[in-house]
Design a protein around this ligand. Structure first.
Ligand code: ZN
Length: 268
């Protein structure tokens, strides 16, 4: 990685140390053929809402990158970068500005390529933030269609509910990458905003980003829970449960204790 870590002094010490350690990229995410012979999508989870997808054609889609040490490779001109909002745990200015491929940075819009379609729509970080003006929007939702999957990254969405217009665009969602606990979105276990959102969207699988013990406890009470013992998983329409399920991903020191506590099944 050749990025300048100008923002790192503001990061927690543990992340600073990991980012400054000799580069040890996560396992390379290469699309793997499914049982049907059709290539699937791989997903590598970083920290917070940082996610890296690899389409069946091998294109990397980077979302809310803030910790470049967790990327599987350096981006190329074929790749795509999506940024939901400007909070520093979702946005790394130097990375965004030097990104060599296509990008949507805190804006509505579309990217349409042979192996992927991205639709970015206005959302709200706080319940009462404006939804009628993209220039004033505080969060954006990304619908990513690739490998016969509809994946939605919700960033830090704090809306109490989704509008009819948003729901029409989101449609049937296979995978939701979303938050359940975030004081900056007025979202917690008491008001259950994140759960009301997912009750409306009804995705087949949820990967939680910001959460705490109280919201995770609600989640595993509502949905079958899985954990990944690796940062990269392979996804296809056949591999995702029909009934809404939860997939916990991330650092072993975070996921491991919760997997034990809630007896989560390992994601295969
Ligand atoms: Zn935020």
């Amino acid at each position: 990685m050749h990025y300048q870590y100008a923002f790192l002094p503001a990061l927690p010490l543990v992340l600073l140390l990991s980012a400054c350690a000799p580069s040890t990229p996560a396992a390379t995410a290469t699309p793997e053929p499914t049982a049907t012979g059709k290539p699937s999508v791989t997903l590598t989870y970083g920290d917070n809402a940082q996610v890296e997808l690899v389409t069946p054609a091998g294109r990397h889609i980077y979302i809310d990158v803030w910790n470049v040490s967790l990327l599987t490779k350096e981006p190329s001109a074929d790749d795509v970068l999506l940024t939901t909002h400007m909070h520093p745990d979702h946005y790394f200015k130097d990375f965004v500005e030097s990104f060599p491929g296509r990008k949507i940075t805190m804006a509505a819009g579309e990217i349409d390529l042979p192996d992927i379609k991205v639709t970015a729509i206005v959302s709200a970080h706080l319940p009462n933030d404006p939804l009628d003006d993209p220039a004033k929007a505080t969060n954006f939702l990304f619908l990513i269609e690739t490998g016969d999957l509809r994946i939605v990254h919700f960033g830090d969405c704090g809306q109490l509910s989704f509008t009819a217009g948003e729901m029409a665009i989101l449609g049937k969602v296979d995978l939701a990458i979303t938050q359940f606990s975030n004081s900056f979105s007025m979202m917690d276990a008491a008001n259950r905003t994140g759960f009301q959102q997912m009750d409306q969207v009804k995705p087949r699988l949820i990967i939680p980003t910001h959460y705490d013990k109280a919201t995770l406890e609600i989640a595993v009470g509502l949905w079958p829970g899985f954990y990944a013992n690796t940062r990269t998983v392979t996804l296809s329409p056949a591999s995702i449960p029909e009934k809404t399920s939860l997939l916990l991903m991330g650092a072993e020191y975070t996921v491991g204790p919760y997997a034990s506590l809630y007896k989560l099944a390992e994601w295969k």
